[in-house]
Write a protein that binds this ligand. Structure first.
Ligand code: LHQ
Length: 273
């Protein structure tokens, strides 16, 4: 079932959709769809991407998300040509009001996001990849913090995610020197969980998303929150947070179903209740 925010635009011809969302088997696949510009992000595209995450967040039939790019790139970051327009929004406003909400929406989304990194992820495109919960890369994919090459600083969460994902030393190299991280090195540094041939990426991402879609949604949402929260709290706080979340998860029908399935030696059927 496609969700197409552009199709709902009132009056006239609907604008071309730059972000495609398809939902099947409990998995929403979001595709950045501007391959002629390596999926570089324009204002309408950012608006569509934010709308897509918000719609998915409200859709209880969606259990997992795959984020990928059309064509040979994942995303080349901000569309630099758009920035040359005389009425371009000031950078501070653009980042605060158009990028940060997307990153917040991704991290507050209850469903886990699998990044299917099909090609280069540059600048804010790399930030989008970092904000996913799990990343899988195609063999030719790469990550580059292109910000420094144009005299800018990492944004959209890149300075926060990257040291946590690859360690401070590699993050400093990538952020300061703009060194490109190949898919193979990304796997070595733990940034991606696996590297697969390009023609197997979509299948692999859907297999991983399918595994997530078969798990208990509320437990997954709490797990995602607890992992994020762990970066900003001490052990005592984390222990108490775990206890509270376990109390909530333990009261769900899905926990009862998980226990019953274990005892009856059958796969569980989680409903999200
Ligand atoms: C592009 C782009 C692009 C437009 C390729 N824009 N057309 C936030 C707030 C506001 C402003 C500033 O930024 C930010 C955050 C950011 O994201 S800053 C970082 C912005 N991104 C970049 O600096 C990356 C620029 N792109 C590249 O360095 C290269 O294109 C990469 C390394 C991604 C890929 O290189 P190649 O594989 O050699 O491809 P290419 O350079 O030949 O690009 C193919 C086409 O895509 C080309 O168009 P053309 O009409 O000549 O075929 C490029 O102009 C276009 N394109 N990135 N960001």
């Amino acid at each position: 079932m496609p969700i197409d925010p552009a199709a709902a635009a009132p009056g006239g011809e609907p604008a071309r959709s730059l972000v495609r969302t398809e939902v099947a088997d409990g998995i929403a696949t979001i595709t950045l769809d501007r391959p002629e510009a390596l999926n570089a992000l324009t204002i309408p595209m950012k608006e569509e991407l934010l709308a897509a995450f918000r719609a998915i967040g409200r859709d209880r039939s969606v259990r997992a998300v795959v984020l990928t790019g059309a064509g040979r790139a994942f995303c080349a970051g901000q569309d630099l040509k758009e920035r040359l327009e005389p009425d371009a929004t000031p950078l501070v406003v653009e980042v605060r009001e158009r990028y940060n909400p997307i990153i917040r929406a991704m991290r507050s989304l209850p469903q886990p996001i699998v990044g299917a990194i099909n090609g280069v992820a540059a600048g804010a495109g790399a930030s989008l990849a970092f904000a996913c919960d799990i990343r899988i890369a195609a063999e030719g994919a790469s990550f580059v913090l292109a910000f420094g090459r144009i005299g800018l600083v990492p944004d959209s969460g890149a300075s926060w995610f990257l040291p946590r994902l690859v360690g401070p030393a590699k993050a400093a190299e990538m952020a300061l020197l703009g060194t490109t991280l190949s898919a193979a090195d990304a796997e070595r540094f733990g940034l991606v969980v696996s590297v697969v041939p390009s023609d197997g990426l979509a299948q692999e991402a859907h297999t991983v998303a399918g595994r997530l879609a078969g798990l208990a949604p509320r437990a997954l949402a709490h797990t995602k929150r607890a992992l994020d929260r762990s970066w900003s709290v001490g052990l005592d706080d984390a222990l108490e947070d775990e206890a509270l979340r376990q109390g909530i998860a333990g009261a769900t029908a899905d926990h009862a179903e998980g226990l019953a399935a274990f005892l009856e030696k059958r796969p569980p059927r989680f409903t999200g209740e």
